[in-house]
Design a binder for this molecule. Structure first.
Ligand code: SF4
Ligand code: SF4
Length: 292
């Protein structure tokens, strides 16, 4: 059994404590002529997924570094400091930076959280299960008048209308990784600083991650075909998905990417050379994944 996701909700929580399935109907419609138009974007707390970042940076024609530094702030997703990113706001101005008078200026590339609203999604994993389960629920906030509109729509159709299927599909492996990290608890221990930085690189900073996949350090270890390498060089979504796979391999030992036979010997040799060249360098004795 999965524990109820609604236990311990504070009494004033906007989450409606009823679990919804895909064919359940909600009464909700958001449109430009509604009196509360833009209200929900005036005070935000929006975490971004890898695909959100990719879509937004492309829409804004920015590099990953430019997008991350201009529009996001880092935060820690768990007590081990697993890095996440949120849309940047300030105490003085908690509104979304993409909000304009006539609505969302990045509407076609709006993040997953904005697409889901007023549906909430909770992903859970049963103990000892390798698959995750989604629970939906309604978020009813006082300022949002969309719940008073007459339209009824199933959760399934609402997901389709808002285009979340594609976002969830592309982020699936990354979300599984987060769930796995959570459900593993203390058994895998706290990832090293270097692993946390590597998580950030693979999850959010696609331009730098691509440079890494083109490096000698990478090709010395990972045994990819020419076609696979070409795909990582040219296909952003393939690169994103590969990043999640690589993280699963590095953090959890899920070996889905082939390693070259002599990779371990080369690593040991390089570490020896590092120690000889600079015995005081703390990285010389680093015992984590040789990835960056
Ligand atoms: S990205 Fe668009 S929809 Fe989402 S909070 Fe910002 S302005 Fe609103
Ligand atoms: S109906 Fe709700 S989601 Fe739509 S603009 Fe109003 S507050 Fe935002």
């Amino acid at each position: 059994m999965i524990d109820s996701p609604f236990e311990n909700l504070p009494h004033n929580s906007p989450l409606q404590p009823v679990r919804l399935e895909l064919d359940d109907k909600i009464q909700f419609r958001c449109h430009k002529d509604i009196a509360c138009f833009n209200e929900c974007c005036k005070k935000i707390d929006i975490s971004l997924t890898p695909y959100d970042i990719l879509c937004l940076q492309k829409h804004l024609n920015l590099t990953s570094n430019e997008f991350l530094s201009q529009y996001t702030i880092p935060f820690e997703m768990d007590k081990d400091g697993l890095p996440g990113v949120k849309i940047k706001t300030t105490v003085e101005n908690p509104a979304c930076p993409f909000l304009q008078q006539d609505g969302c200026s990045v509407y076609e590339a709006r993040p997953t959280v904005c697409r889901y609203y007023a549906l909430g999604l909770m992903s859970m994993r049963k103990e000892k299960s390798s698959t995750d389960e989604n629970a939906y629920f309604l978020v009813k906030e006082e300022h949002c008048l969309g719940h008073d509109e007459e339209r009824k729509i199933s959760v399934l159709n609402y997901r389709e209308e808002q285009g979340v299927d594609q976002y969830d599909d592309i982020n699936r492996e990354w979300r599984q990784l987060i769930l796995k990290k959570r459900s593993a608890g203390p058994t895998i221990g706290k990832p090293s600083e270097r692993s946390l930085k590597f998580f950030f690189l693979c999850s959010y900073n696609f331009d730098s991650f691509r440079v890494f996949t083109q490096s000698e350090n990478f090709s010395e270890v990972y045994d990819l075909t020419t076609a696979e390498i070409e795909q990582l060089n040219t296909d952003d979504i393939a690169l994103l998905k590969f990043g999640s796979k690589l993280l699963k391999q590095v953090l959890f030992g899920e070996m889905t990417i082939a390693i070259k036979d002599d990779a371990v010997q080369k690593r040991v040799q390089r570490r020896r050379e590092q120690i000889q060249a600079n015995p005081d360098d703390p990285n010389a004795n680093y015992d984590g994944p040789e990835v960056v």
